[in-house]
Design a protein around this ligand. Structure first.
Ligand code: AP5
Length: 215
């Protein structure tokens, strides 16, 4: 099964994707994570995207489509979760083509609905394990022992450079201008399901499971 998790920054895409990886043996393809890895590695591409990401602008379609193309050629396990991709209509069209080249198709698009007010609190309170990437929040999802990851036991949490109000404003603007048209695009294709992303994490999980069972 191949699915897209669609929603604004902080909607909970990464949180839910990690659960689907654990329970369904799926592969999470987060273009944001891939770009951050490139940035941290100091590669040429990483240097190009660093400033763009810190501002909250979108990286070019060409770069992210190239990243996804490489991943689709590898092991497919229980299917792909596209997290943060596609973000433009050009990326959506490219995804259809790339999947067809692999004799694959898209099974569902889950839109995670949230309101903008909640996103500021979610983004500014977020931190992740520096080792395994488990996502935490200072109010809603704290680790049991401060600074120690519940998942992998490693010490040391990280904050993202773009998790501040200024960058979030740009990220939201980019979302409404370039990504939100995908809601209508996938609705018209009969592939869209929407869940309440403001519900408790476990309830969002259950709603996604229900939506996937129907697809
Ligand atoms: P990316 O890394 O994709 O960031 P994003 O889309 O802005 O999404 P986030 O990772 O911020 O949020 P999320 O929805 O995963 O939320 P999370 O689960 O962490 O992209 C970063 C940048 O890379 C972009 O700005 C762009 O520059 C570039 N980029 C990436 N892909 C691109 C593409 N395709 N094209 C062009 N450029 C691209 O949750 C957030 C917080 O809320 C956490 O602390 C979590 O614990 C908490 N939380 C989650 N769910 C709940 C809940 N139900 N209740 C309470 N708290 C919750």
């Amino acid at each position: 099964m191949n699915i897209i998790l669609l929603g604004p920054p902080g909607a909970g895409k990464g949180t839910q994707a990690r659960h689907l990886v654990e329970t369904r043996n799926m592969i999470q393809l987060s273009t944001g994570d891939m770009l951050r890895e490139a940035k941290d590695s100091g590669s040429e591409m990483g240097k190009i995207v660093a400033g763009v990401m810190a501002r909250g602008d979108l990286v070019t379609d060409e770069i992210v489509i190239g990243l996804i193309r490489e991943k689709l050629e590898g092991d497919k396990k229980g299917g792909f979760i596209f997290d943060g991709f596609p973000r433009t209509l050009a990326q959506a069209d490219a995804l259809t083509t790339l999947l067809a080249e692999q004799n694959e198709s898209l099974d569902a698009v889950i839109e995670m609905q949230v309101d903008d007010e909640a996103l500021v609190a979610r983004i500014t309170g977020r931190y992740t394990c520096g080792n395994c990437g488990e996502v935490y929040h200072s109010e809603t999802k704290k680790e049991t022992v401060e600074g120690v990851c519940d998942k992998c036991g490693a010490q040391g949490m990280k904050h993202r450079a773009d998790d501040n109000e200024d960058s979030l404003r740009t990220r939201l603007m980019e979302y409404y201008k370039k990504t939100s048209p995908l809601i209508g695009y996938y609705y018209a294709k009969g592939q869209l399901s929407s869940v309440d992303g403001l519900a408790e994490i476990a309830d969002v999980r259950a709603d996604i499971a229900k939506a996937l069972a129907k697809s």
